[in-house]
Ligand binder design. Structure first.
Ligand code: MEV
Length: 421
């Protein structure tokens, strides 16, 4: 067995699977599973998307219901493996009706970074670069005609000094990327302007790439949960749970994980980059120097609960997998998305809903009851329950608060014995 399968990328699917079989302990059934699962996207498409493809890995795609955002009802697809997330978002959205959510995205400005090393005189270099701003922007904009035609393009330049083990002059190129995620456009622009920057600074361009910390691509969302709907006492309890996250990084981390359950699920369903989204959101949570919860809660004059979220979201509806993944296209259509701004508004609302659902449950009945119902169904199946027995076995386990395989088997035995009588 070896992991050095030279020329693997040149093989067709069958030959790749044969190579895998020879170089692993996978059984024929397991190889067959890989072979069949390629049908989710097909070999051609998957192999164009990434390298060395041998199969497709599927996630359940569910639908979050009850969302009304800026007055429009939206059916929201979520791709996720975790139980209770979609139900939680749908419940939170229902409790926010009839008004639902409001959301507003900023302009879609991304930042490209160019690191200049060996700059002798920072002040002189900075002056020269800023004096030539117009030319630099023109050079950047010559790289992407389509973006310019869509009204986007490089808009500004900022110069920073970054001091660490060495000191660097760092140029930020601010680019309006419109409906794209923007990584490709920005990286091309950064590379294109780097020799000009070298010339003006007397330094040497090293790194040239976007930053995922999209502080100029912010979306805000808000919802009000009425005291008559969720209960006055519960609002106080929810606030205590939120204050805990606000003061403690251990809790804030889990709180934000819950937000990302919702955010990522929509980001994945639309073919967007969830790793970029994760990196941006967590960095944004610590922008003040202390890692904070991404959503805030307060009580308004009426005593209702106000939830607000602010996220840096770099999402696209053109380019990349948003266009090549057939399901991503279907998901965007399902939500009736017309712009990247609209998509980020929806994603922020789902993040807020998800957080509300989690802290409402945590502040009141706890998270396990909801989880347990689904978990109990799975345990019942694993214990051998037939479709007509699952519900009775799982309900009994949940009622007893004892969701275990052994108990499921006992209940099944009792159930079948009684049936025979
Ligand atoms: C689980 O995936 C997410 C939660 O832990 C979030 C939270 O604690 O706020 C329930």
């Amino acid at each position: 067995m070896t992991s050095q399968l030279a020329g693997f990328y040149n093989l067709n699917l069958e030959d790749r699977l044969n190579e895998l079989k020879r170089n692993s302990e996978l059984t024929e059934e397991e190889i067959q599973l890989l072979r069949h699962s390629i049908n989710a996207l097909g070999f051609e498409l998957s192999n164009r998307m990434v390298e060395n493809v041998v199969s497709c890995f599927s996630l359940p795609l569910g639908i979050a219901l009850n969302f009304k955002i800026n007055g429009t009802e939206r059916i929201i697809p979520m791709a996720i493996e975790e139980p209770s997330v979609i139900a939680g978002a749908s419940k939170a959205a229902k409790l926010a009706l009839p008004k639902g959510f409001t959301a507003k995205a900023s302009e879609q400005i991304m930042i490209g970074q160019i690191q200049l090393v060996n700059v002798k005189n920072f002040q002189k270099a900075k002056k020269a670069i800023l004096k030539n701003k117009k030319n630099i922007l023109k050079l950047a904009n010559a790289q992407d005609k389509t973006l310019i035609q869509a009204g986007g393009g490089a808009k500004n330049i900022e110069v920073r000094e970054v001091k660490g083990k060495q000191a660097f002059l760092v140029i930020h190129l601010l680019v309006d990327v419109r409906d794209a995620m923007g990584a490709n456009a920005i990286n091309t622009m950064c590379e294109a302007i780097s020799s000009k920057l070298e010339e003006l600074s007397g330094g040497e361009a090293r790194l040239r790439i976007l930053t995922n910390l999209a502080i100029h691509r912010i979306v805000e969302a808000k919802a009000i949960w009425k005291k008559e709907v969720i209960g006055k006492e519960n609002i106080n309890k929810i606030l205590q749970v939120y204050y805990f996250a606000d003061a403690d990084i251990f809790r804030a981390t889990t709180n934000n994980k819950g937000i990302m359950n919702g955010v990522d699920a929509v980001v994945i369903a639309t073919g967007n980059d969830f790793r970029a989204t994760e990196a941006a959101c967590h960095a944004y949570a610590s922008l003040s120097g202390q890692y904070k919860p991404l959503a805030k809660y307060s009580k308004n004059k009426n005593g209702d609960l106000v939830g607000e979220i602010e996220l840096p979201l770099a999402l696209g509806i053109v380019g990349g997998a948003t266009r090549t993944h057939p399901l991503a296209k279907v998901c965007l259509k399902l939500m009736k998305i017309k712009s990247a701004k609209e998509l980020s508004e929806i994603v922020a609302c789902v993040g807020l809903a998800q957080n509300f659902a989690a802290i409402y449950a945590l502040a009141t009945e706890g998270i396990q009851r909801g989880h347990m119902k689904l978990h109990a169904n799975n345990i019942a199946v694993l214990a051998g329950a037939k479709p007509n027995e699952i519900k009775r076995v799982s309900e009994k386990m949940v009622k007893e608060g004892n969701v275990k395989a052994d108990r499921a088997k006992e209940i099944l035995r009792e159930l079948r014995k009684n049936k025979r009588k």
